[in-house]
Design a protein around this ligand. Sequence first.
Ligand SMILES: C[S@@+](CC[C@H](N)C(=O)[O-])C[C@H]1O[C@@H](n2cnc3c(N)ncnc32)[C@H](O)[C@@H]1O
Length: 246
Amino acid sequence: MKSQRFLKFYQSESEKYHGLRYGGLYGKLFKTLHHEALSGFLVQADNSEPILEIACGTGHTTGLLVKEGFDVIACDLTPGMMQRVSEQTGDQHEKVSFVRMDAFKLPFPDACVSTVVSTRFLHLFPADEQELIITEMYRVLKPGGVVLVDFDSWVHRWCWALPFALYNLLRYQRLAPYSIYNRIGRTITMASRVGFSDIKVDGIGGAQLLLPALISGSTALKVGRMHRRSVLRLIADQFMVCGKKY
Ligand SMILES: C[S@@+](CC[C@H](N)C(=O)[O-])C[C@H]1O[C@@H](n2cnc3c(N)ncnc32)[C@H](O)[C@@H]1O
């Protein structure tokens, strides 16, 4: 039922999705910081094997993965979103194969891939469902495999509750968007409960970067990079979790 709701929403959103999320001043800054964090963690991934990307959307992360030399099995629920991935992968598009699927029941055998990546996806689900999806990711990973996932941050959303409420009213004509906000500590506990170890967390972006971005892009990037690992990651917009299956 919920999958049908998301399918309908993202099918209608597919044309404007990329421009809205990654086109504006903050979107571009976020994209750079997000890609830097992904690249930093990807050094742990085995590039002789394809990466399984869950909920590839319009290819924001797929584009980076092929640029980094990986073959990608790109999966999503929504055909309209996947149809736009070539806009991000360009002449490397043959490195991507597509599977339409539901992340709650991955159509892959146990221990078949060495890296699973999923970006800007798990915030669609409450904690118990996030855990089900992460358990599926764990199942398809080989021992020694790496998972990379991200979450919307609870602290950031509460710091910016009022502007976000106004934004959501204007953007979605409702107060609450499809978003669940996670706490870093509880998320690490959840990933450990599923079985992951060596868990590392990077903070990415934050509405507080808008002011430096208005002054200069390079200043905003410098400040944004401080949000990766320092205490500032607590107020970052999102956090990326990297874990290993042993
Ligand atoms: C916010 S977009 C993220 C897209 C992309 N990963 C990014 O970083 O921009 C969420 C994506 O999740 C997909 N999706 C929603 N529910 C899904 C499910 N149950 N299984 C697989 N994909 C799903 C949607 O079709 C959409 O493309």
